[in-house]
Design a protein around this ligand. Structure first.
Ligand SMILES: C[S@@+](CC[C@H](N)C(=O)[O-])C[C@H]1O[C@@H](n2cnc3c(N)ncnc32)[C@H](O)[C@@H]1O
Length: 293
């Protein structure tokens, strides 16, 4: 018989049965191969904290086809509205969401990406808490000046990304839990100006991984040990790895089968868990895959 807490944690498994509950509880980490814009992927609320980086609409070939990440901007905002609304529905009332995007988008026309994602999140119900500026220190890569030393058309760009922090109902978490953040980390990280290097796509084998430091900070600053951390664009599994490494439960959703394979490999290697892959047809279109040690 499940405890109230266990029931609450796992009632999002549409086809959950006693075996799956036992197994996932041991595993602490669940990957669903599916589409974040498909509302039926999960039933009910389960996320204490979302840490994610969605596609930026800059032509990354996640599916092997660059045009899939290159929609008309209004369609991209519709896509953003859809996934953020689903995530809102899948988040517990006390839950939070961190979204990493570029401050501005410069490819295929300039757009205030971070501002538009903030407005879209608020449109679907998220409350705004803060914007953290992440300085990747990649200014040396800069070569496009527009008009050189002329007021004609200088190309202005702030080479930073943002981590947008939202919450669902109340910013203050009423249910207390175990913290694992140190005093120095807390003092540094509540100053929303973070500086650490990005991650190499080549090294990870994914088009756009973020560095482990990014989800690590969000997770330790904004969730308690034992909370459920969700990444709806799991990519190479960076958020899942940091969640498991810090004693949180991890749930990932990723569209691309090849990245699901990469996530399994990385989680096994980095978290030293023995993989036990399970997959079966779900009531919805997608395939459920989960693993544990
Ligand atoms: C910016 S990457 C995330 C990278 C991740 N933060 C990491 O560190 O590896 C976005 C990911 O979202 C996936 N994706 C794109 N559209 C999706 C959708 N509708 N549902 C689920 N995943 C999707 C892509 O395949 C890609 O792996």
């Amino acid at each position: 018989m499940c405890s109230a807490r266990t029931q609450r944690e796992f009632d999002y498994l549409t086809d959950a049965d006693a075996d799956t509950l036992t197994w996932v509880r041991q595993a602490n980490c669940l990957l669903v191969q599916g589409d974040t814009t498909d509302r039926s992927t999960f039933r009910g609320q389960f996320a204490d904290l979302i840490v994610t980086s969605p596609p930026y609409n800059i032509g990354k070939a996640y599916t092997g086809e660059a045009q899939d990440d290159q929609r008309a901007y209004k369609d991209y905002l519709k896509f953003s509205e859809c996934w953020m609304r689903n995530c809102y529905d899948w988040t517990l009332p006390s839950g939070r969401m961190c979204v990493n995007v570029a401050l501005d988008k410069n490819k295929n026309g300039k757009t205030p990406l971070s501002a538009d994602i903030t407005a879209t999140a608020m449109k679907v119900g998220w409350d705004y808490h803060a914007t953290i500026v992440w300085n990747e220190n990649n200014i040396s890569r800069r070569t496009a000046w527009g008009s050189w030393k002329s007021a004609s058309a200088p190309h202005i760009i702030a080479p930073v990304e943002t981590i947008l922090v939202f919450y669902k109902e109340n910013w203050k978490r009423e249910r207390q839990g175990t913290n694992d953040i140190t005093a120095d980390e807390f003092k540094d990280w509540v100053l929303g100006m973070w500086s650490f290097p990005g991650e190499s796509a080549k090294r990870i084998g994914h088009e756009a991984p973020f560095p482990r430091e990014l989800p690590k900070r969000c997770i330790k600053l904004l969730s308690f040990v034992g909370d459920t951390v969700f990444d709806p664009f799991a990519g190479s599994g960076t958020t899942l790895i940091e969640a498991v490494s810090h004693g949180r439960k991890a749930v990932g959703l990723e569209l691309e089968p090849r990245y699901c394979g990469l996530i399994r490999e990385r989680v096994a290697r980095e978290c030293k868990v023995k993989l036990d892959v399970c997959s079966r047809e779900r009531a919805v279109k997608s395939t459920l895959s989960c693993w544990g040690g």
